[in-house]
Design a protein around this ligand. Structure first.
Ligand code: PFF
Length: 454
């Protein structure tokens, strides 16, 4: 075992690892609340379009950079462009992963709480109000802090030893189980009285509310949900055998991710309207709505516990990738340091996450630029750092790697022709960077038409 990163990806299998990283809270927790506060269907449509265009091209770009160099987040840039400062993009990815995991693990902790409470029968809300239940949970710093800690410990325990074979076997069953359970919730949700208003909110776009910021949020969501912009996918693809088709892998990951996003919207919004909640609840949305939906289901508590366990698993596999990217550069040369580095990184991430964890409780009055710490951290990572990382990658890959390498890597193992290659290259070289820059400029108010939104 000379190379722990190799061990990680070769054992779990590339698609499983990459899909495990992609599918997590992004589609299940973040998409519903961001769509809920940004106009519903119009947002969702823009998100799908951005995923299928910019998302797919960038995912392929990160895959190609990883596989052609065979290196991790920092070394990949150093290998492809020696002697240049481009490895800064890898460093930016590591910083973004650190901040992302700091609040991601807080939400992971909430799932732990809901899971434990569902099996110990402590999920019945005061006065039947699930909003109050969430508030009372997050108001308790001890419960939130311990759950947050439990989540980080689980992540570190797995990552410190490298991924076990068990995870691969487990994800083969647990991921499909999560999908099936989701379908059950969708059926329950859309058959609730008054559900159609929610279906319309999610599927009938109203573009009158769309602003520059809607695009920024949709862009951030597209990158977040596919784990793009932080070089996680570069690291993961660095051990993919040459004969594997990268386009096929990208296709299945994007397909799965969009499918779960659709299920999640159809599970949440009909219930939001039918049960009298507000779509604009923000980050607590699914923690308020889902327990209420399960409450309407026969054996609801049992199904809820199962759902929480499966979601926890999906969240952990994403957390593994974020932690892996943090520790890889330090353990590459000396794998014996892996344990120490994993625990130290886990501790630092935990400490960084504390203000986010307390944002919904004792720090709820502590506002930074008018919003709670948690939301600002999420905004910084999702809407600034990920698009910025994506922009730099879309400039780096098509201009710094030779066209022949790009073509070989892209078309290897697939029957797609050079038309596909030229379209992809054009997307990456011109459309992707321009689109990201335009969205940034709109949001800053530097382009006419849409005023400053931040
Ligand atoms: N894609 C993950 C999700 O949707 O939950 C979040 C994520 C993981 C983002 C890893 C970025 C990343 F590098």
């Amino acid at each position: 075992m000379t190379n722990q990163s190799e061990q990680w990806t070769s054992k779990i299998g590339f698609i499983l690892a990459a899909a495990g990283s992609a599918i997590g809270l992004g589609a299940v927790w973040k998409l519903p609340y961001v769509a809920g506060t940004n106009g519903g269907a119009a947002f969702f449509l823009i998100f799908i379009l951005l995923t299928l265009t910019l998302g797919v091209s960038l995912l392929l770009a990160e895959f190609i950079l990883g596989r052609s160099t065979g290196k991790d987040a920092i070394q990949a840039y150093k290998t492809a462009a020696p002697g240049t400062p481009w490895y800064f993009v890898g460093l930016l990815g590591i910083a973004a992963s650190f901040l992302l995991l700091s609040f991601y693990s807080v939400v992971g902790g909430w799932i732990v709480i809901y899971f434990v409470r569902s099996i110990t029968g402590q999920l019945s809300p005061p006065d039947g109000n699930f909003e109050l239940l969430f508030e009372s949970i997050t108001a308790n710093p001890l419960e939130v802090g311990l759950a947050h800690l439990a989540f980080m410990v689980m992540a570190v325990l797995v990552v410190q030893t490298g991924i076990q074979k068990g995870i691969e076997r487990a994800s083969k069953w647990l991921m499909p189980a999560l999908f099936i359970l989701f379908i059950i919730i969708v059926i329950r949700s859309v058959t609730l009285d008054g559900a159609m208003e929610g279906v319309a909110f999610f599927l009938q776009p109203d573009f009158s509310e769309v602003t520059g910021e809607t695009f920024l949020f949709a862009l951030g969501q597209a990158f977040f949900a596919l784990s793009l912009g932080v070089s996680v996918m570069v690291t993961y693809s660095s051990y993919v055998p040459k004969r594997e088709s990268l386009t096929r892998s990208a296709g299945s990951i994007v397909g799965l991710s969009l499918f779960i996003a659709l299920l999640s919207g159809l599970a949440i919004f009909p219930a939001v309207f039918a049960l009298g909640f507000e779509p604009s609840e923000g980050p607590p949305l699914i923690f308020i709505v889902l327990p209420a939906v399960f409450n309407e289901l026969a054996f609801g508590t049992f199904f809820f516990a199962l759902f929480a366990a499966l979601l926890l698993f999906a969240t952990l596999t994403s957390a593994f990738s974020l932690l892996e990217i943090l520790i890889a550069p330090f353990t590459k040369k000396d794998p014996s340091k892996r344990k120490k580095v994993a625990w130290t990184s886990g501790l630092l991430v935990y400490l960084m996450g504390i203000p986010s964890a307390l944002s919904f409780g004792i720090l709820s009055d502590w506002l930074i630029f008018g919003d709670i710490f948690f939301n600002q951290m999420d905004y910084l990572v999702s809407n600034i750092l990920l698009p910025l990382g994506a922009l730099l990658i879309s400039l780096f890959v098509p201009w710094k790697i030779s066209k022949s390498v790009l073509r070989d890597e892209l078309l290897q193992g697939s029957n797609l022709g050079s038309g596909f290659f030229s379209t992809w290259l054009f997307m990456l070289r011109f459309v992707t960077p321009l689109a990201i820059i335009i969205v940034f400029l709109y949001v800053l108010g530097w382009l006419p038409g849409i005023g400053p939104t931040i």
